[in-house]
Ligand binder design. Structure first.
Ligand code: MEV
Length: 450
């Protein structure tokens, strides 16, 4: 079916938009209309709040918010809020937390928390002159012209840390940057950084225009390409680690020595083999993203940063590492993660407020630490399963309910399946087989008809 473009969609009423969508793309289905409206919140104020988070909001898209308890982080117990739809992630996090609870727990440390942004510009002229102009006249004015913007941030202990002129003309002819470093304290700081950068660009333009150092041709060649923060923040870095004597690590019927060998080999493989590193890091991000979303932060930014960092030496590699030294097992994650605990969704979304309260209303540094722990725990749980029982055993147990819901099992049937699979391996095939037996049919087709 061919669709027609729509004029003024954003100006239509919510009902009008739904009707248009259902008629144009969902065959006028009453059921689709009902489903979209069924997810509205009865509390109109709350619904309005969610509508206004974004544009053209027609419904709400629920994500489970789970909590993983027993995380001992720097000698403090935490219960981690995790917003994630993948069935085994919260269970795996909780298991890893329990595993490390009596082994000293997780230790963390923020290594640095500098955020970055750039004015990307073109200049066809004398490099030396540009460099002298930057140091001798532009730099102090960049600071003074942004005083109004930085006033509040400075009062909170942050602001602009440094501004450098970077010559990139070897890579693209005439390309330069103002590379700026910021401390945005407890805010993610995107608006603050971008406002400073746009002011830098205006100052650069006007100061060059008024300068007597440059020829008219040089002045005319200046072009601001764009001003934007960078989501790659390798210096907004946190380390989370666990360690214990090797002999404490005997697990699931295998000796401590064997467990550590298998575990270390799995990490080594992720360090050298990008195919494995991608999956290994995806598992880390299962934990990281879940906490980032639950605390109202930007998980796309966090993802982008983590993967660039993982390839910073020219080859994509593992974000976690391990070693055995003097009979002690060490396992750690270095994660660049730029987070905020004030501003943005953090003070607006009622569930984000709860999540932050459960975490003890952390500052941004503490949230970085907790988030990195979630990633390390997730990775530990995944590797532990992979090198012992295999991943499917736990995964399919958690996935069982999804399969049963797809088959529209009753509550009674679900209970039967949970106890039936207590001592058996869950597979799609095995669930169908048992379901057919239970309902007295021969195959899936008949099952669907019943
Ligand atoms: C699944 O979401 C994540 C894992 O694949 C991670 C890993 O393989 O390390 C289990």
């Amino acid at each position: 079916m061919k669709h027609k473009p729509v004029e003024g969609f954003s100006k239509m009423s919510k009902q009008g938009k739904i009707e248009w969508l259902v008629n144009e793309y969902l065959n006028g289905s009453e059921k689709a209309m009902q489903t979209l409206t069924q997810y509205w919140n009865d509390d109109e104020e709350l619904q309005k709040l969610h509508d206004e988070f974004s544009e053209n909001t027609l419904s709400n898209f629920y994500m489970p918010l789970g909590f993983a308890p027993n995380f001992l982080i720097d000698d403090q117990l935490h219960c981690l809020p995790m917003a994630i739809e993948e069935s085994s992630v919260v269970a795996a996090a909780s298991k890893a937390a329990k595993f490390w609870l009596d082994k000293g727990g997780f230790k963390t440390r923020v290594l640095s928390k500098t955020k970055l942004g750039h004015v990307h510009f073109m200049f066809e002229g004398d490099k030396e002159k540009l460099s002298r102009f930057f140091v001798d006249s532009l730099l102090p004015i960049l600071h003074s012209d942004t005083k109004q913007i930085t006033k509040n941030m400075q009062a909170r202990g942050g602001g602009i840390l440094d501004i450098k002129l970077v010559d990139k003309s070897d890579e693209i002819d005439a390309y330069y940057q103002l590379h700026a470093e910021f401390d945005t304290v407890d805010s993610m700081g995107a608006n603050f950084i971008n406002s400073c950068l746009e002011q830098f660009a205006n100052t650069l333009k006007s100061e060059m225009e008024n300068s007597e150092m440059f020829t008219e041709a040089e002045k005319d060649s200046l072009q601001i390409v764009m001003c934007i923060l960078s989501n790659y923040t390798p210096e907004c870095l946190v380390r989370a680690e666990v360690s214990c004597p090797v002999e404490m690590l005997s697990d699931k019927g295998i000796s401590a020595q064997e467990f550590v060998e298998k575990f270390s080999r799995a990490v080594k493989i992720a360090e050298v083999e990008p195919y494995r590193a991608a999956t290994h890091n995806k598992g880390i991000m299962n934990g990281v993203d879940a906490v980032v979303i639950a605390t109202g932060n930007d998980f796309r930014a966090v993802e982008a940063c983590a993967h660039v960092f993982a390839s910073r030496n020219g080859k994509y590699t593992s974000l976690t590492h391990c070693e055995v030294k003097d009979g002690q097992f060490h396992f750690w994650l270095d994660l660049p993660v730029s987070l905020g605990t004030v501003g943005g969704l953090t003070s607006l979304h009622p569930l984000v407020k709860i999540a932050l309260e459960v975490l003890g209303n952390p500052n941004a540094e503490r949230l970085m630490e907790i988030t990195a722990v979630a990633g390390l725990a997730q990775n530990f749980a995944a590797i532990r399963s992979l090198v012992t029982t295999g991943i499917q055993k736990g995964h399919m147990k958690m996935h069982l309910l999804n399969i049963l819901n797809q088959l529209e099992a009753t509550e009674e049937e679900k209970q039967h399946f949970v106890s039936y699979f207590k001592d058996k391996t869950v597979s799609h095939h095995a669930v169908i087989g048992e379901f057919c037996r239970l309902r007295g049919v021969d195959n899936l087709e008949e099952l669907k008809r019943k």
